[in-house]
Design a protein around this ligand. Structure first.
Ligand SMILES: NC(=O)c1ccc[n+]([C@@H]2O[C@H](COP(=O)([O-])OP(=O)(O)OC[C@H]3O[C@@H](n4cnc5c(N)ncnc54)[C@H](OP(=O)(O)O)[C@@H]3O)[C@@H](O)[C@H]2O)c1
Length: 371
């Protein structure tokens, strides 16, 4: 079998259809692909939330069979299209390589399925806009349809708490936002280095860093504007790292950093205000570090307080919110419109310019290119 390509979207339907479910039925999820991230992102969260993994397909039937046996997926189908067409599947989880997100997301939406897609939900602004438009049409046909882009960090209580603390005014007016996602280099054969699969540091990690800047914009007068950026290519069109400088309408500034060639792991958000700062040191909860650290400025006494967000993974919280949205119509912040706006932000980033590794500056040590 093969994953294949999704069929062309069928024409707009006739009468609106209600997506049927019982309020407390376990969510019935179909998986596109036997991705590495599945165990963390959907298998364990499904166990934690009581969801059923009803079907999976992969390009290799053997791999799909092995994955299903290992993780208790109820049946193996021949293709991604078969998973989408399966009447028992009500929600499709899409963890395919980035370049395959948009088309399969639209195929699932057209079939009347709810969609939980890995980030970034599209390869570029044009694709994100296309998905946004298709969702506007399909959600009118299938009342209650849910589309969620997997910015899981946003749904964890530690990030929710960071936002509450910023909103409370405890750290004063927001002056600077730092969002930093760094990791050591994956193997050269990793899809994240493949231009055709929409690889690169901004696609893999920078999307989180830029998304967090946009989210924090709600507390700095609105959406940030990119004022400077620098990056280095790993190969033509595929960035190894990038630093992006932004300014918010309030005059506050921000720095979003991402790297797939760092010497260490770091995934943190820091918000600096006029009276102190608040940080989430492990945004994606990779190291089971659920701290929210609040520091008063020296003028405000310099005290430090540590709160804890709790031990459920970011992905478990994400699946809870997704399930609540499917079952009860609860809000999804990272919906198709949010993804469309996020795609527009990425479009405004400058083209990467090649530099040799020796030329790579230490992060934050040199001025950004301003434009
Ligand atoms: N890995 C992480 O830590 C992580 C964390 C958060 C989010 N994500 C996101 O999750 C998604 C999957 O990441 P991953 O690391 O789990 O990816 P992966 O396992 O390398 O690839 C995901 C799937 O994409 C398909 N695929 C891979 N290479 C392909 C190729 N050359 N041509 C066509 N299809 C190909 C495969 O589907 P088949 O199984 O059908 O062969 C594979 O299972 C990405 O969008 C990523 O941004 C990953």
């Amino acid at each position: 079998m093969s994953g294949g390509r999704p069929e062309e979207a069928s024409g707009a339907g006739d009468e609106p259809q209600r997506l049927e479910h019982q309020p407390f039925d376990p969510l019935r999820i179909g998986l596109l692909g036997a991705a590495r991230i599945n165990e963390t992102s959907i298998v364990k969260p499904a166990l934690a939330t009581g969801a059923r993994l009803v079907a999976v397909a992969a390009r290799s039937r053997d791999r799909a069979e092995a994955f299903a046996a290992q993780h208790g997926v109820e049946r193996v189908l021949d293709s991604y299209a078969d998973v989408i067409a399966d009447s028992d599947v009500e929600a499709v989880y899409n963890p395919l390589a980035n370049s395959l997100h948009a088309a399969w997301n639209v195929a699932a939406l057209e079939a009347g399925k709810h969609v939980l897609t890995e980030k970034p939900s599209a390869s570029n602004h044009a694709e994100a806009s296309w998905v946004q438009q298709r969702f506007a049409a399909t959600s009118a046909r299938f009342a209650g349809q849910v589309f969620m882009e997997g910015f899981h960090y946003l749904y964890h209580p530690m990030f929710v708490r960071l936002l509450e603390i910023v909103a409370s005014g405890e750290v004063g007016e927001v002056r600077h936002v730092e969002s930093t996602l760094l990791m050591p280099a994956p193997h050269d054969s990793d899809p994240r280095w493949d231009m055709a699969l929409a690889g690169g540091a901004i696609m893999d990690l920078g999307c989180y860093a830029l998304h967090a800047q946009r989210v924090l914009g709600a507390h700095a007068g609105g959406a940030p504007v990119v004022t400077g950026a620098r990056c280095e290519e790993h190969s033509p069109g595929v960035d190894a790292w990038a630093d992006v400088e932004v300014v918010f309408p309030s005059g506050a500034t921000g720095l979003a950093r991402c790297s797939m060639t760092s010497g260490h792991w770091e995934m943190a958000v820091h918000v600096h205000g006029t009276r102190g700062s608040v940080s989430v040191p492990d945004l994606l909860y990779r190291e089971d570090d659920d701290r929210v650290v609040v520091r008063a400025s020296p003028e405000a006494g310099g005290a430090e307080r540590v709160e804890h967000g709790g031990t459920d993974s970011t992905y478990t919280h994400q699946l809870r919110v997704f399930t609540a949205a499917v079952r009860g119509g609860g809000p999804v912040t990272t919906d198709a419109d949010d993804a469309g706006h996020h795609g527009a932000g990425r479009r405004r980033l400058p083209r990467a310019r090649p530099r040799s590794p020796a030329q790579q500056p230490a992060h934050g040590s040199r001025p950004l290119r301003h434009f």
